[in-house]
Design a protein around this ligand. Sequence first.
Ligand SMILES: [Zn+2]
Length: 189
Amino acid sequence: MQTDYNTCEGLRAILEKETPILIAQIRALYRELDKKFHLQGAKVPITFGFDTDSLGSYNQNGHGQKEHFHFSLFFIGYAVKNPLSKEDRMDLYKHEYAHYMRYNMPIPKQYQWQPGIHGSAWKYCCSLVGAAPTPHYKAGEALMNHNYEKTLRNPIHDKTVTIRDQHRREQEYKRTQNVILKYKKAAEQ
Ligand SMILES: [Zn+2]
């Protein structure tokens, strides 16, 4: 997909300079969570790109690639036109950490009933780290109070889980970009 981002070499250079601070922030959060859950997520390599169709992802070993987290500087960078809020950025990091957890810690049986990468096992991990238990990125969602018990028991299968994680989140991001203020106002009430 051709966007004006691709012609903006200056912005890319600025964003690339942000990677050390971003890595430090992500690792600080993951170290905190690692301590709490006896995991090693902070040791998983983090890569960055300029993806315009993905905010982030957790990639397992396999298919010729090593385990790593990946984030798009076009979404998590500070120098972009509409940078994510601190809460939304943290929520994205926790969202991907929950994917990591799901494959690296035992999931109680009662939370394994719903399949899919955003199924009940992942939602259970979200409830542990306080990430929004929705597969889509929604601006301002991180600020809401989530009813994890209800979400974990919801028998309605989310049909969107078969769609690729990153793509879904990006679509939702685009769709909700102009309602960020509305969400924030609602959450503050
Ligand atoms: Zn996801």
